[in-house]
Design a protein around this ligand. Sequence first.
Ligand SMILES: [Mg+2]
Ligand SMILES: [Zn+2]
Length: 182
Amino acid sequence: MGNKAVFIDRDGTINIDGPYLDDPDKFKMYPNVGKGVKKLKDQGFKIIVITNQSGIARGYFTEEVLSKIHERMSMEFNEFGVELDGIYYCPHHPDNACGCRKPKTGLFENAIEKHDIDVDRSYMIGDKILDICAGQKIGVKTVLIPEAHNRTKILSEKNEWECCPDYIADDFMEAAKWIIKM
Ligand SMILES: [Mg+2]
Ligand SMILES: [Zn+2]
């Protein structure tokens, strides 16, 4: 039996969505994310960040800047006693038709192979429907946490969603608790 994991989207789920966050000093983690991820780790979940970063292909920032942002994110998690197991990003432009930009599943496939992940016992948490669609394609259960300022809009478009999450949470802690209860 492989490892269980929680895949987590970055922008809008872990941190306030920029968009195109291009500076580690502008990285702002949502309250409850550190504590919530700690709870998941304590239950034995691997924690893997899966993020679309087309800002690289667009020339808005370099991979070097992105890795500085990810160092900052990892440090902030460390303060909660959490070591992230992996950070996977797609640097491509949406027009590139790469195999890794969510809702495609390339990043998940890499992580699953590297960390020997059992999808049947794993989850995806994200703020957008494309996160949910990607998670479902790879076969994990999914939790949507619409970002507060987008919440009303996202929920009002429910009948147009391409796929439906297993659960909709108000914030990260609620998502973590639902996963642990499952
Ligand atoms: Mg997002
Ligand atoms: Zn890609």
